[in-house]
Design a protein. Sequence first.
Length: 338
Amino acid sequence: MLARLFPAICGIALSLVYSSVPEHLFSQASGGSIVGQVRIAPGSEPRSPVLVTLLGRGAVVNTVYTDSEGRFGFNSLPGNLYHIVINDSEYQPFEQDVPVDPTTSSVHVISVFLIPHETKKLDHASNVSGGNASLTDSAQYTSRIPKPARKQFEKGVKSDQKGKTDDAIRSYQKALELAPDFYAARNNLGSDLLGKSDFPGAQQEFEQVIKVNPSDAAAYFNLANLYLLTKRYDQADEWVRGGLSKQPDSAFGHFLQGSLHEQDGKFREAEAAFRRALELDPLMSKAHLALVNLYMHEKRKPEAVTELKSFLKSFPEDPLAPKASEVLRKLETGGTNP
């Protein structure tokens, strides 16, 4: 049996803010598609829907509003050079050319970063990037959280953004001393502890989040990921099911479900779950790599090659891109043991 080609995917930081993308954005259709995600520099979600306009040959082809996570999409596009335009009063204008050639790639993924006008002050703190992307941002504050606790939370978020995990942990702990029910801080603390392989500590925090906020699907998925990492698969399955019952369109939830199916040897179910994760979130690069591992395990070399090419085309700057390129090269040159 071939060794796995990449690290255990669930051990890599994954976003738990993956959310519902309207089904019609990624429905099967002829032609190409442009899908994207709008972020407010340096990385927060838009506070309200943003209108995205698609131009082709100087004429308006279509317009859509972003969803609650800033995602948008255009389908059934003939081959052409398209122009994405965003003119919103809160942000500086944005324009980007996007060539579409359905014969070479059916989906084109773009990322949009909008810059607020200097006269506008955002009250929505930026999302955490890097480290454990399951961290929560300050949009989940509640008015009953004392200001000193919110300040400690903000310090923790900034430390996470800089990769200073230990400093972030101390800040979240201070926030929780001031406000024990501040579940956003507790979720971030648990995520950082999980990143440091402190499984008991992380488990305690995630369980407390659910006690404080039982509707928080992200905490269910956090616990499922923890149990998966510690090879307690029955418990992981229980928490995945619980999370999907609360958020059935969670890309990360389906990703975890696919990982569990793979562990159980249910490879067709695993493949379907990973594909579903990508339908819900085309920006979920790790789902491509999970499919590569699955195809290699089943000795489905053509599918593995196709998936690697798709990953490298869409995510050339991903940290795992060099490894993916090496594996692809060996597969294409007849190597049998990447």
